[in-house]
Ligand binder design. Structure first.
Ligand code: C2E
Ligand code: CA
Ligand code: CA
Length: 715
């Protein structure tokens, strides 16, 4: 019997989660509690297989509950999922420290709930199986009358037999990464002889990449003395076929409680992953036309935004609506209507280039995300092409149907810097086209709503902001994945806009780049960051690499070398403390001048990092021509590391390529332990993200440094 405990103070949540949990497998018993104290009392008597708890509750929050629960006998390994809202970063850290296994974000996605719960349940059952078999063996042995030597021999054999029957890859490795045990299942999966790999490292079973990853994670276990949260990994079997595993690593102690080896157990979840990816496909596509739906369009757009974050390329968003489609539907019926939509989808797909996205937003609304548009005319050409191709008669079910389309176009960044704004404005432009008779396209124009005036005001306020010194820097820690220590800091710009408050760079930098104000603003950033780095050194902090973001516009309009040289001279900062974060755009422009500037900067001792790596051209060829020190893997890959297997592959490739070129790797936007362990497993050097700390004021950052470690699990 499987027992799942649900804890939530709201009765509607309790009901929903209970129903979901009950559907996990046959014969599940669900017990729901509204009060943490009551839950603890009951769970002390009935050991559950899985606990799902809310964070915010009266009397005791999710972290305190988890801590109390963990202290119950036998509860140390039982998975606990804590439900938090996204912003509650501090809560998550507290819950992690209290022993939470995993998180769900509120409002809870039902599919995600089921997947997580199912995986953790399976894992917990296997752990329990291994434990109970080992336990009964111990009992038997204790009762046995045999001599100690025979006992020991016997126990090893039997333990091996016991573990051999578990359908998981189980192994133990010592502090040199050498196998001291592998079970039969592992040997069979790898196509090796179990006896022969004992004494060798994981190279002998799954190759060099796996061995390096596994040993890096073993080191984390040796250093922290704690088990790692379960993570997913891909391992090839002896025939070369990839399997996905859910893996855990836990320390094994000797009598003196010193960690002597690491126990790795990995469960094959390949089938589940396939089912998940099918579900994901369904969730991201329109069932009728099989085109990407709004959700997927949103994700692609987000990636494109990331790609263009700083002085990048333009892209266009087309909002397409069929004219008078409702009449066709009403007169000819839904079936013909559907067939017409399907045919339209086909034609639209044929008008775009590879890399563009055609999506169905619903009803007769479609959208095209057109990437890498160099000029307005390219967007106009695509719209004309789409309109012409839809205007060709359709032969459907023996009938000839004619239909026309209206298109509204927005351009990034001129017509909006976020998805909602771009879609809203494209929709507005589409209505304009329709109002003027349909069958045509219109570009969005700022006077279609208020935003032109806002842009003017922003421009004026920015100029005043420079004069009034309204800018401040915040500082975000960068942490070494090996030691957990803070090794660097990135300076991030904020604007204290009167009457509005603290404004994030994405809300004013695109305009500042367009109107050139970025030049004086960033000159200030550089000077201020250097000044702060010197102040911290004087205050006794250890030397930290201090990273400053530069804009491609500066390289076009300013003598960056002189700027940096002056900032160093004026503040007295050692050049090797300073790191400049450049975008791929700067390197791709590859003019004589910027090449010379970058070489000269390196000669000064300043280090160079490529920011948002992976979103642009992602070609490392130019890295060979520039003396770059570091790559920062863009956060869009980290964010979906778990859910999108292709991101895991991209991240792995970036790390591998980077290391082969002797570049250090920094992962950006690391928010969860899961992402952290996965990145550590891939061999990433440093990490930056909310898991270790958000951008902080200079004072708060100094306090964090004095407090020591930023890694939540290192004691
Ligand atoms: P970036 O260089 O990629 O900086 C990282 C951004 O990610 C920062 O946003 C940071 O607050 C955010 N971030 C860090 N960790 C996490 C995390 O775990 N999760 C999430 N969701 N976000 C995280 P911020 O400060 O809003 O800066 C945005 C962008 O503005 C920067 O992206 C950079 O491109 C630009 N920027 C910031 N300061 C400057 C500057 O002084 N000069 C120039 N030219 N650009 C700047
Ligand atoms: Ca940056
Ligand atoms: Ca970045």
């Amino acid at each position: 019997m499987t027992l799942i405990a649900i804890l939530d103070d709201r009765v509607t949540n309790r009901n929903i989660f209970s129903r979901l949990a009950a559907s996990l497998e046959a014969g599940v018993e669900v017990r729901a509690f509204g009060d943490p104290r009551e839950a603890l009392a009951v769970l002390a008597l009935h050991e559950p297989d899985l606990v799902i708890t809310d964070f915010k509750m009266p009397h005791m929050d999710g972290a305190d509950f988890t801590r109390h629960f963990r202290a119950l006998p036998g509860a140390a390994d039982i998975p606990v999922i804590v439900i938090t809202v996204y912003e509650d970063r501090g809560f998550r850290l507290r819950a992690l420290e209290a022993g939470a296994t995993d998180f769900l974000q509120s409002p809870v996605d039902h599919q995600e709930f089921l997947t997580r719960a199912r995986n953790l349940l399976k894992l917990s059952k296997h752990q329990r199986l291994i434990r109970s078999r080992a336990l009964s063996l111990e009992h038997e042995l204790a009762e046995s009358e045999q001599s100690r030597a025979a006992l020991l021999r016997d126990s090893r054999e039997r333990l091996a037999q016991v573990i051999d029957t578990v359908p998981a890859l189980v192994s133990a490795t010592d502090d040199h990464g050498v196998y001291i045990f592998v079970n039969a299942h592992l040997a069979q999966f790898a196509g090796v002889d179990a006896a022969q790999v004992i004494g060798q490292d994981a190279h002998s079973t799954f190759g060099a990449d796996y061995a390096a990853r596994s040993q890096a994670l073993d080191r984390l276990v040796f250093e922290s003395g704690a088990a790692l949260p379960a993570y997913e990994e891909e391992i090839l079997d002896h025939s070369g076929a990839p399997h996905v595993f859910l893996t855990t690593k836990a320390p094994l102690h000797d009598a003196a409680h010193k960690v002597v080896s690491v126990l790795t157990s990995a469960l094959d979840i390949t089938e589940r992953k396939q089912a998940e990816s099918q579900l994901r496909h369904i969730a991201h596509h329109d069932p009728l036309t099989r085109l990407p739906n709004r959700l997927l369009l949103q994700q692609r757009l987000q990636r494109e935004l990331a790609r263009n974050r700083r002085g990048g390329r333009m892209f266009a968003l087309h909002f397409i609506d069929l004219d008078r489609f409702k009449d066709i539907n009403d007169v000819l019926g839904h079936q013909l209507g559907d067939q017409l939509l399907l045919a339209v989808a086909g034609r639209l797909s044929n008008t775009v280039r590879e890399g563009d996205t055609v999506a169905r937003l619903g009803g007769d609304e479609f959208a095209i995300l057109q990437v890498e548009t160099q000029e307005t005319e390219e967007a106009a050409a695509l719209a004309r092409h789409a309109i012409a191709s839809i205007a060709q008669p359709f032969g459907i079910d023996g009938q000839t149907l004619g239909v026309s389309a209206s298109i509204g176009i927005t351009l990034y960044p001129t017509d909006g810097t976020g998805l909602d704004e771009l879609l809203r404005n494209a929709d507005l432009a589409m209505y304009r086209a329709k109002a003027e008779g349909g069958g045509a396209y219109r570009f969005y124009q700022a006077d279609m709503n208020r935003s032109a005036r806002e842009t003017l005001r922003l421009d004026a306020d920015l100029r005043q902001g420079i004069a009034q010194q309204e800018f401040v820097l915040h500082f975000q820690p960068q942490v070494s994945m090996r030691t957990g220590a803070i090794v660097g800091v990135e300076a991030l710009l904020r604007w204290q806009r009167p009457g509005i408050g603290l404004v994030k760079p994405m809300d004013f930098l695109p305009l500042a780049e367009e109107n050139g104000l970025i030049v004086p603003i960033n000159a200030w950033v550089l000077l201020e960051a250097c000044r702060q780095a010197v102040a911290w050194r004087r205050a006794g902090l250890p030397p930290l690499r201090c990273a400053v973001n530069l804009s491609p516009v500066q390289f076009r309009r300013q003598d960056v070398l002189a700027l940096v040289t002056e900032a160093l001279a004026e503040t007295g900062l050692d050049a090797d403390i300073l790191e400049l974060e450049l975008t791929e755009t700067i390197l791709m422009e590859d003019t004589e001048a910027s090449t010379r500037t970058l070489r000269a900067l390196r000669a000064l001792g300043v280090s160079l990092a490529i920011d948002d790596f992976g979103t642009g051209y992602s070609s490392l060829s130019y890295v060979k021509n520039f003396p770059v020190n570091r790559l920062k893997i863009d956060q869009s890959f980290i964010r979906t590391l778990k859910s999108d297997p292709s991101d895991t592959a991209i991240v792995r490739a970036i790390i591998g390529l980077g290391h082969s070129l002797r570049l250090a790797l920094v992962a950006e936007g690391v928010e969860t332990m899961e992402q952290f362990t996965q990145l550590a497993a891939e061999g990433c050097d440093d990490a930056q993200g909310y898991l270790f700390g958000p951008p902080l004021t200079a004072t708060d950052f100094e306090a964090l440094m004095r407090q020591g470690h930023a890694l939540p699990f290192v004691a």
